[in-house]
Design a protein around this ligand. Structure first.
Ligand SMILES: [Zn+2]
Ligand SMILES: [Zn+2]
Length: 323
């Protein structure tokens, strides 16, 4: 973890970076027993008495397996044998299929996402609606008092993130989602009138069910991904990093872990400019939900779910991105 001094030293030596500093609040979730009154991960949320708990009707991706015909299984056996023979006695080459074999295999795949070579089955993931719906699970509740820079619309002072813990693809209105994962819902509330709490949900070993955690928010300056800096400034920053036996990237920039605000890292894809669907303004990182550590999630292959918000009006729709 970089000391604040390292970031400060970089900022002192490269003053051109100053306009790129954003405030981030590292949420630092620690396994615990939060109540609905706290800012926390998982656990119960403050909830209006008369508001039904939300459900998601999908479509949800479900695995469908198809047994291959005897003829297809025989063809695959022949391909296997041919590959083994080509490979015999040779260290590495000839693993690849010939164009003819590749063509045969793709006919057998028939558009499925994978071929289970052991069970000799085609595996497809298809979107199926789920009635009467899957109850959403609480992911995060943040009070403005604990995360002062949090942008909230109107007179609201609580941000709640819930999601459907099933597998989704191509979420409606989410062109930057790009992957498989949970479907997120965000609520803005005023804490004062709320007396009820949502039912606490038993924690289970599920990649999309966060273990209840209390937070230890810490505000830090955050710097952008190298690819979001102009070339000249990046060269200056990299020269500084080189001179200090460091590298410009994480953890010096795009602080990792659960955080509010700050800069998104683009470690899995190229940076994607995300626009607000309502007003077209360039969206900014609102929240990062991370895999691993105490909450124990596994999103997008131990990756991150990022929520981008509109800098003009925090009431405009949230845009999601998996990384
Ligand atoms: Zn769902
Ligand atoms: Zn907007």
């Amino acid at each position: 973890m970089p000391g604040p001094t390292e970031v400060e030293a970089l900022l002192a030596d490269v003053p051109g970076l100053a306009p790129y500093v954003r405030r981030a609040t590292l949420l630092r979730p620690k396994a615990g027993r939060p109540t609905a009154l706290d800012s926390h991960v998982g656990g119960a949320l403050l909830w209006p008495v008369d508001e039904p708990w939300p459900v998601c009707e999908g479509p949800h991706l479900t695995e469908v397996r198809e047994r291959l015909s005897d003829a297809d299984r025989e063809t695959l056996r022949q391909i296997d044998r041919a590959v083994r023979e080509r490979r015999a006695g040779r260290p590495y080459p000839a693993y690849e299929l010939t164009p003819e074999e590749a063509e045969l295999q793709s006919l057998i795949m028939d558009g499925a996402s994978t071929l289970d070579a052991v069970a000799r089955e085609r595996v497809r993931w298809i979107g199926v609606p789920t009635a009467p719906g899957v109850p959403l699970v609480p992911v995060l509740q943040l009070h403005a008092r604990d995360v002062p820079p949090l942008p909230l619309p109107g007179d609201t002072d609580v941000l709640q993130v819930l999601w459907c813990p099933r597998q989704h693809e191509d979420l409606l209105g989410q062109p930057h989602y790009a992957g498989w994962g949970p479907a997120v819902q965000v609520h803005h509330r005023r804490a004062a009138p709320l007396t009820a709490s949502s039912p606490a949900r038993e924690h289970a070993e599920d990649p999309y069910l966060p273990r209840p955690c209390v937070l230890e928010p810490l505000e830090v300056p955050d710097l952008p991904d190298p690819e979001e800096l102009p070339a000249e400034l990046l060269a200056e920053v990299e020269a500084w990093a080189h001179a200090h036996d460091a590298e410009y990237g994480r953890p010096l920039s795009c602080r990792a872990g659960w955080k509010a605000g700050g800069w998104p890292s683009w470690h899995a894809t190229d940076p994607a400019p995300i626009g607000c669907p309502d007003c077209g303004a360039r969206s900014e990182l609102l929240l990062t939900v991370d895999s691993g550590h105490d909450p124990g999630l596994d999103i997008a292959g131990l990756g991150e779910m990022r929520l981008f918000g509109c800098p003009v009006d925090p009431g405009h729709p949230i845009q999601l991105n998996l990384q």
